[in-house]
Each structure stands twice: as structure tokens, then as C-alpha cells.
Design a protein around this ligand. Sequence first.
Ligand code: CDP
Length: 243
Amino acid sequence: MAKEKESSFKRSDGRKLNEMRPMIAKVGIIPNADGSAMFTFGNTIAIAAVYGPRKLHPQHMQNPQKAVLRCNYDLLSFSVSDRKKPGPSRRSQEISKVTEWALSPALDLNSFPNTVVDVQIYILQADAGTRTAGINAASLALAHAGIPMRDLICSVAVGKLDKNLVVDLTKEEEDFEEGEGATDFAMAKIANSDEFTLMQLDGKIQPEVINEVTKLATEACKQIYEVQKKALKDVVESNGGKK
Ligand code: CDP
């Protein structure tokens, strides 16, 4: 019975439960940055620019063992329908922090002591999934900047709408209120590895469905990885290997 109910569930935009929104990735969009990229999930558009490694000031913030990764996420005022007050907020500080944590395990920063790698992430248009789109863009921008990495980081949100697990929620889906309502589970993982670097749950989820959630995220991340890889190949081919 439960299975029948699951399969009859219709998403508001007609997607299958495990279907992601169309993705676009482009690398090398900001010439003055050391690395840059854009990543979109449907109507959510994120861009990321990497500056560094460069000497970190003030000196007391330096780490003599490795570079410091400093991420700054900003949802721009006109990216949402109700104009957002410009400037930092608790939400943007939290997302900047979790973005650093999601990206760090893939990076090898040991070759750059006393320096900082700055990652600026701007959300130009938001329809949910902005932290995950931002992480995908940032991962590409770091690779483009030539920062040594174990692999790319891929990120997606898995959600639960009433009792149905779905991938890559829109804002309309995040606001779903029927039955048990909506749960949003932002995840990131190292591509070609089972290592998750972000699991951020907003709402409630039963422990017995976590395996299914990670399976859906893993499948989605494979698709994200292919889009990211193609974007990196395209920039190398179009510039003859140069940035
Ligand atoms: O964007 P993400 O799903 O990572 O984070 P969220 O905090 O769950 O925000 C969900 C969505 O709410 C955003 O993507 C925006 O579409 C919307 N939002 C908004 O309209 N105004 C804000 N000040 C913050 C978020």
C-alpha cells in the first residue's frame, strides 16, 4: 500500500521523485579571479570566485601548517521575490561555515602555509538549494584555481514531502505543508567516494530511511559530477589548457 501511495505522488513541477532540475555548469566566468564557476539547479543560480592562495592578514590568523579556507556565501537582495536586506545575516554566516566544512575534506592546503584561499559565493537567483548549488560552483572554482584536490565535491538536497523522498527541492516544495510537511536534507560528498562532507537536516526524518536518502543523494551526485567534469573539460579545451 505504502509503495502505491509513493508512486502516485505528483511533484508540483511534474518531475519524478529522483529527478533533478536541469543543471548548467560553466567554468572561467570571472577573468580576474584565480578560479571561477557558475552552477545552476533550475531557477537557482550560483556563481563562485576563488582568490588565492595569498598571504593572510592579520598575521595572527595565519596557520603555519596550511592555507586557511575562507568562504563567504551571499544571497543577493533581488535573488528572491521579497527583496532580501543586503549584507550578512545569521543565515549567510551559517551557510558560509557549512560550505567551508563541506569543501575542506577534499582540499590539500598543506602546500600553502600562512596563506588564505578566499571563496566568494553569490546567489543571483534563488529557488531553494542555494547552499548546494553554491558548493557545486565553489568546488569547480577551486579546481579551476588549481588548488590541489582529492576530487570534486558534489552537493544536492534530498527532501521528504509528507512520506515521499524526493531530490533537489524547489522553494514551492520546501514550503509543502500537507501530511508530515517538508523536510530538507542538504548533503555534499566527495565524488567517487562514499565520504559525505555535509549532512544538514532541516525538519524530521526517520532513521530507517537514512540509507535510502544517502542512496538518492549518491545517484544525484553522480549526475552532478558529470556536469561539473564536462564544464572543466570545456574550459580546458576552449583555452588550450590555460585559464
Ligand atoms: O537555499 P537553501 O535551500 O540552501 O537554504 P534555505 O535557508 O532552506 O532557503 C530556502 C529558500 O528560501 C532559498 O533558496 C530561497 O529561495 C528562499 N529564501 C528567501 O526567499 N528569502 C530569504 N531571506 C532566504 C531564503
